[in-house]
Structure formats: C-alpha cells, structure tokens
Design a protein around this ligand. Structure first.
Ligand code: NAD
Length: 453
C-alpha cells in the first residue's frame, strides 16, 4: 500500500521503516529540513536499536523516502499518518498545533479518498477536530473529497521501538467507517498473523485508551515510589517488598520498580494532559494529580540523599553522574530525572562529571558548554576527581562496576543508586556508603519508632 507519514520522530520514523519493511511504499514527511537532509544522507537522528539497519535496507529497496514536501506525500498516499509531536501547552494540556497543521496541509491538497490515521497521542475529540479542519480546507477549495479519520494510538517503547512496532501486543483502531477499518486491516495484516491483535473501537475510546495506558503505567511507578518512601522510613527494603508483591499474578512484576521518578516524552505530559482534559469536562482526576505530584517529588529524591550524605548542600563538590537519558537504550532526555538533579546540583554550586552511553550529544544540545559540566567519554573518567557517584539511568553497562576502583576514585566514597541496581551490602563491603531508593536497611539502620499519640 502507499503510505505517507507526517513526522519523522521516534514514532513516525519507526512506523515508516516498519511499514516499508513489510512491503509498503512509504514517504516520510517532516517540516524540519535539516532532519530530512540527515535522513536522506543516511543518518539516523535518534538512537534506537535496530532502526538504522531497517531504514537503510528499506531505502535501498526504494520503499522508504524522506521529504519536506507535504503536498506530494498526500498525492502519494492511501494512508496518511499523523505522527507529529503533541508537547504540553503552558497549562499542561496537549498542544495540537502540529496535528492541526498537518490536517490543514491534507485539506489543501487531498484529491481522492484516503484514510487519515492519527498516531500522535491526542486528547479525546481530536479526531473530530482533524476531520473538521480537513473539511474546512476542502470547502475553501470547493471540492468534495471523501476521507476518514481513524485513531490508531501508538504503544511502542523507546529503546524497544522497532521490536514493538514489528510485533505489537495490540493494534488499537478507533473508527466506525467500514471502509477505513477494512483498509487498516489490510495495512496491518502482516503484523497480525500469529493471533488477533486488532482491537476495534470507536474513535473516542481509542483516543482515551492511549492515555489510560500511560496513566496506568505512571500510576504503578508513583505507587511504588510512595511505597519506597514509606519503606525508607520504617526500615524496610522496597526491593524485597517488590518481589513480595510482584509474585501475586494480580499485581505482576512489570513496572513496579521504584526509582528517581519517571520522565520521557510521554508519561509526564500524558498524565498532565489527561488531567487537564478531565478538568475541561468538570471532573477533578485526583488520582492523576497525585501520581504527578509523587513523581515530581521523587525527581528530587537523589538530591535529598546527596544533601543527607554531605550534611548540607554539596557546594564545591564534584558529583559523577552515570546516565542522563530518561531510560536505558535511548538518547531521549525529555523530562529526564537527570535534568532536575543537574539543575539542583548546579544551583547548590556543585560540579558535574556525567557519562551516558548515548545521550552525550543530546546533553550538549540541551545544556550547551558550561564550566560546571563535563560530559565524559566513559563511565570511569566521570569518576576522576569526583566526590560521589549518582546512578540516574540503569544502562546495562552500569550494573557490574569495579567497586574497589570506584572506592579508590571517589573522594567521599558514596553511591546514590537512583534505580536500585546494586546490592547495598556489596557496595558497603567495598567501603562505599550506599544510598538507594526505599532501602531503609542501609539508609536508616535503626527504624524510628512510630509516633503513637
Ligand atoms: N516517543 C514515544 O515513545 C511515543 C510513544 C507513543 C506515542 N508517542 C506520541 O507520538 C507523537 C510523536 O512523538 P515522537 O516522540 O515521535 O515526537 P518527536 O518530537 O520525536 O517527533 C515529531 C516530529 O514531527 C515533526 N513535525 C512537526 N510538525 C510537523 C508537520 N506539520 N509536518 C511534518 N512533520 C512535523 C517534527 O519536526 C519532529 O521531527 C506524540 O504525540 C507522542 O506523544 C510517542
């Protein structure tokens, strides 16, 4: 099938490459001319395992092209995907300007039936707005071209995006048009062979499904962080508690890791946007507000532990930071916990020596050159001259470090383990103070007695 995709970010580029890989003829459009130039020159602007190979193979097979020319992309396609960003507006609601720009572009040149597929994460009711926007442009042109707007939310995970796209656990399609549903079924048939993955529903339910999924996952994380904060105070180890509850199949082991807060381009903005949507309908989503509040506080946790260790603000200290990306296997630093930590350290007058296996360029782009930040080439050099070490992202490369070397390198040997990847006893045995998230055993050896009135 002939497919055009607007937006060549994490979602658009991966979707385009995967749809090309199963034989479709795909055109990817972006308004960012520099990005299109890099892609056309064979460069992949983001780090995503397996993506480079997939893009280059399908470009060589002439099934995948990049352009800034929206009009020619619309003329090409039976399916027009919208996969542009929906960043938070000033009040936290989703900024739909990019989505509606694409809708206007479609309306200005559509000349035969196409299915407009919205993959961006958008508030309930956006498909109606996209439809109205396209219809308004068609009316200006005085033409009557049939089209359908389908909601097809994306559930891929950065770091696993190619795998998730080629082997989705579900394909949600929101539409009541038999013609559009049929065309979507044909497009997704290669991904739907082993068992039925299509979940058909109305458009509004599909739009809400995406937010519900992210809100649920964010809630699990904030719940565990809440438990970790209790564990720390009562002298329990949240890691043992995690195993204790995960073994219950009704709870499960997935997504119950405590840590330094969730970040990324999705959970923070989507929880906020859903909360704002609910408020727009006169409903206060109290649970969502608390999920967000717990997460915001959790992003300050590592700094609190650092202050606890040094007995005050770390002014003049040098802190080694391992991990800047919001999670492993990506270079994405949008709303990453590292950003809050670094701001706090700099505000306190500390220096940072940071290492991330993939996010160094992104960090340089975000922070620019500054005297209190050294972006290191490897994990060991981040330790040079540092007082203490903070783990912010649980990259596999950080899991089995040479603890005795760390002990020798650090001036005030301490590890602040923002993802609980180390065994506290092993770290302490190497002569390093250990601070984890909710690991009361090591942080607070004597549990304080509960205050009973
Ligand atoms: N990143 C994820 O893991 C993920 C997962 C699921 C859903 N989503 C959702 O998918 C959407 C896209 O996310 P992303 O992370 O890929 O965004 P991104 O910021 O990485 O990429 C968006 C791209 O759209 C381009 N763009 C903006 N306006 C355009 C226009 N008018 N025409 C063509 N291109 C245009 C931008 O230049 C940019 O390259 C968002 O709504 C996001 O919430 C993201």
């Amino acid at each position: 099938m002939r497919v055009s995709i607007f937006g060549t970010g994490y979602v658009g580029l991966v979707t385009g490459a995967c749809l090309a890989d199963v034989g479709n003829d795909v055109v990817c459009v972006d308004i960012d001319a520099a990005k299109v130039e890099r892609l056309t020159g064979g460069e992949i602007p983001i780090f995503e395992p397996g993506l480079g190979e997939l893009v280059s193979t399908n470009r060589a097979r002439k099934r995948l092209r990049f352009t800034t020319d929206g009009q020619s992309a619309i003329a090409h396609a039976q399916h027009i995907f919208i996969a542009v960003g929906t960043p938070p507006d000033e009040d936290g609601s989703a900024d739909l300007s990019h989505v509606l720009d694409v809708a206007r572009t479609i309306g200005r040149s559509l000349d035969r039936y196409a299915v407009v597929v919205n993959k961006s994460t958008v508030p309930v009711g956006t498909a109606d707005r996209v439809r109205e926007t396209i219809a308004a442009e068609l009316a200006v042109r005085g033409v009557d071209v049939p089209f359908d707007v389908v909601s097809n939310p994306e559930f891929l995970k950065e770091g696993d995006a190619v795998k998730d796209c080629l082997r989705p656990d579900r394909i949600v399609i929101g539409s009541t048009s038999a013609r559009a549903i049929e065309q979507m079924k044909v497009l997704y048939a290669p991904f739907n062979r082993n068992h039925e993955r299509l979940v058909l529903m109305d458009v509004r339910s599909a739009e809400l499904t995406k937010y519900a999924a992210n809100a649920m996952l964010a809630t699990k994380i904030s719940f565990m962080n809440e438990m970790a904060n209790i564990a720390e105070r009562v002298g329990a180890d949240i890691e043992l508690v995690r195993h204790g509850i995960g073994s219950d199949p009704r709870i499960g082991y997935s997504f119950i890791y405590p840590g330094a807060g969730y970040g990324g381009s999705c959970f923070p903005k989507d929880v906020r946007a859903l909360e704002r949507t609910a408020r727009g309908y006169g409903y206060e989503a109290r649970l969502l507000s608390m999920v967000e509040a717990v997460n915001d506080a959790q992003k300050e946790k590592l700094y609190e532990l650092i202050v606890r260790h040094f007995g005050g603000a770390p002014k003049g200290k040098t802190i080694a930071v391992w991990g800047l990306a919001f999670k492993p296997n990506t270079d994405d630093m949008r709303e990453a916990s590292s950003r809050r930590l670094l701001e706090q350290l700099w505000e306190a007058g500390a220096n940072v020596r940071a290492f991330d296996p993939e996010a160094r360029d992104e960090a340089r782009r975000i922070f620019g050159e500054r005297s209190d930040l050294v972006l290191c080439d490897d994990a060991e050099s981040a330790l040079e001259g540092a007082d203490a070490l903070v783990i912010v992202t649980e990259w596999k490369a950080f899991w089995s470090p040479d603890l005795s070397r760390i002990a020798k390198s650090l001036r005030s040997p301490a590890i602040f383990d923002g993802r609980n990847i180390y065994e506290p006893a092993a770290v302490e045995a190497a002569g390093i103070a250990y601070y984890g998230i909710g690991r009361g055993r090591s942080v607070q050896r004597q549990p304080s007695r509960p205050k009973i009135a």
